[in-house]
Design a protein around this ligand. Structure first.
Ligand code: IVH
Length: 543
């Protein structure tokens, strides 16, 4: 039954929307929530209920971020002002030249003010707001024309659907920024994909771009994406004097902005700030391969103008990439917990950025084909930020003709069972039910911190217990005796007792939602007694 809506009810809904949007901002933009998640959820569901009951939905309601049906294709969007790319500087001299060129064009020796901030490695997008409401979001595309991805971008909780109104909302404004994925979330996403037998993303940038370019926005919604706003396109009914002032306005209007933005005078100070960013970058949650330097004054920016594709008023300083050249000695497949076979390369060991690298994942066979990677190839390996090393490219000039392709194996490298690649799947999968590699990975996963958290059952010990056939199934862990362990080279009196204690501790453990996964239940022997606690958590008793 639909009730006729009263002004009081309208007010209640409006207030709820406002409050929820504020809490969303505290959580996703400031990273400092002021209410518990449960309280947010309670308010959200109450709002959803009221909206349904009274058919009164505000355009900036948080309920409008999700739920649109999948698209057939993306519409094209022409950018009112082209979305340019950036010229690169690799050395301090390049930055000094950049400043000299600016002064030459301006025919002035006046001090120049710049803004300096980290360069985000993601996907550039444009957000068009009309009368304060998000009207359209589009990808950069070729800089002149991109694709409309509004419903996908709306699922990113830090993107304001409405510009926070303090009386300074332009009639229309195009805001540019980078959609990116944190390194940890990228790694977790790849882990999940590996388990599901889906192709891996090569880096956080590809993961962000792949997540935004989805016809089904519910997939985008399931990915942890962020936004950092850094630029302006067309603006009507408003004037900003400087980049710094524009950034301050963005912050006030509750847009997410780069973690660090500094306004400084003179290229020497710019170089100092870049040094700070380079030093801090290990602590950043996202990947950055440089800093962006922009002339602060919009007037000067206009005078400086642009080259074919890049402005003369900005430059990207690239940090020294941690790269190395090495040779691929072999390519092998590693079998995961669910049988997915992931190819990896074994290199002649090479020092990259202070770390010796001797192997790296090749993600999947599509990636091998796309980069045309062969055994014996000389390759450029890159370690970007905290991300695991990857093969950037093959140096084809170094080929001798003796390099060998590594086709997808027909048989599992561990158990010899058939390998299948199902329709529409990029991953190859071993279908052997008792494949020792799968068993080992399952047991390792079971005992790991996210599971039963059995200290002492790390990869090496699991490997040994499996190879000695002491553990073939996770329930065998609970049949282990101290004598069994003492017979093994890796254990002495104390370490054996510690492991037995850790196993006993895990016998009755309150587990988080993780353990509600059905796979272990399906894998479990009969005769185990599971009982459901009323709290919704699960208590497992092993008799
Ligand atoms: S300013 C006129 N600032 O880098 C160009 N770009 O390599 C305006 N990017 O297309 C861009 N972080 O997608 C700017 N803090 C930042 C950035 C940034 C990442 C991207 C952007 C641009 C690309 C150029």
């Amino acid at each position: 039954m639909t009730d006729k809506i009263t002004d009081t009810m309208k007010n209640e809904i409006e207030k709820l929307v406002q409050e929820l949007n504020y809490h969303c901002y505290r959580y996703y933009v400031l990273d400092s929530p002021v209410i518990p998640d449960e309280e947010y959820d309670r308010m959200y569901f109450h709002l959803k209920h009221l909206e349904g009951k009274h058919h009164y939905v505000l355009p900036d309601s948080p309920t409008q971020r999700v739920g649109a049906p999948p698209l057939e294709k993306f519409e094209k969007v022409k950018h009112t002002e082209p979305m340019l790319s950036l010229d690169n500087a690799f050395t301090q001299e390049n930055l000094v030249e950049f400043e000299k060129r600016i002064k030459r064009i301006l025919k002035s020796d006046q001090d120049i003010e710049y803004t300096v901030e980290p360069k985000y490695d993601g996907l550039a997008i444009e957000l068009t707001y009309r009368k304060g409401l998000l009207y359209k979001a589009s990808t950069r595309g070729d800089g002149y024309e991109g694709e409309e991805v509004t419903r996908n971008i709306k699922t990113i909780k830090s993107v304001p659907i409405k510009i926070s109104d303090d009386g300074s909302v332009p009639d229309e404004i195009d805001i540019r920024g980078e959609v990116y994925m944190d390194i940890r979330d990228f790694e977790q996403l790849n882990k999940d994909r590996e388990e599901k037998g889906e192709p891996l993303f090569a880096n956080p940038r590809n993961a962000a771009a792949g997540s935004v370019r989805q016809l089904d926005s519910s997939i985008t919604a399931s990915r942890k994406l962020h936004l950092a706003c850094y630029g302006i396109g067309l603006v009507k009914g408003f004037e900003f004097k400087t980049q710094g002032k524009f950034m301050q306005w963005l912050e006030k209007a509750r847009f997410p902005v780069p973690t660090l933005i500094k306004t400084v005078t003179g290229i020497e100070r710019v170089i100092q700030v870049i040094g700070e960013i380079e030093e801090n970058r290990k602590g950043y949650s996202f990947e950055t391969d440089g800093s962006v330097v922009k002339v602060n004054s919009f007037d000067l920016q206009k005078q400086l103008g642009m080259k074919t594709r890049e402005p003369r008023w900005a430059i990207a300083y690239k940090f020294t990439a941690h790269q190395g050249i090495t040779k691929i000695l072999d390519i092998q497949g590693s079998v995961g917990r669910t049988g997915v076979i992931t190819p990896f390369a074994i290199f002649e060991p090479v020092r990259i950025g202070g770390v010796t690298v001797s192997r790296s994942t090749l993600h999947n066979w599509d990636e091998i084909e796309r980069k045309d990677i062969r055994i014996g190839d000389t390759v450029v390996v890159e370690r970007a930020g905290d991300v695991i090393p990857h093969v950037l490219e093959v140096i084809k000039d170094k080929r001798t003709g003796k390099e060998k392709h590594f086709p997808m194996p027909e048989r599992c490298p561990v158990c010899g069972s058939k390998v299948v690649r199902e329709e529409g799947e990029v991953a190859a999968r071993c279908i052997g039910l008792n494949c020792p590699a799968q068993v080992r990975e399952k047991i390792f996963h079971f005992a790991s911190r996210g599971g039963m958290d059995i200290e002492g059952l790390g990869e090496k010990n699991v490997e040994m217990l499996c190879s000695k056939e002491l553990v073939k199934h996770f329930v065998d862990i609970y049949r282990l005796k101290k004598e069994d362990l003492l017979a093994l080279p890796r254990f002495a009196e104390k370490s054996a007792q510690n492991l037995i204690d850790a196993i006993n501790r895990s016998k009755s453990t309150l587990l988080p939602g993780f353990f509600l996964r059905s796979e272990y239940f399906m894998w479990a022997h009969t005769g185990r007694n599971f009982s459901q606690k009323t709290s919704g958590r699960l208590k497992i008793f092993i008799i």
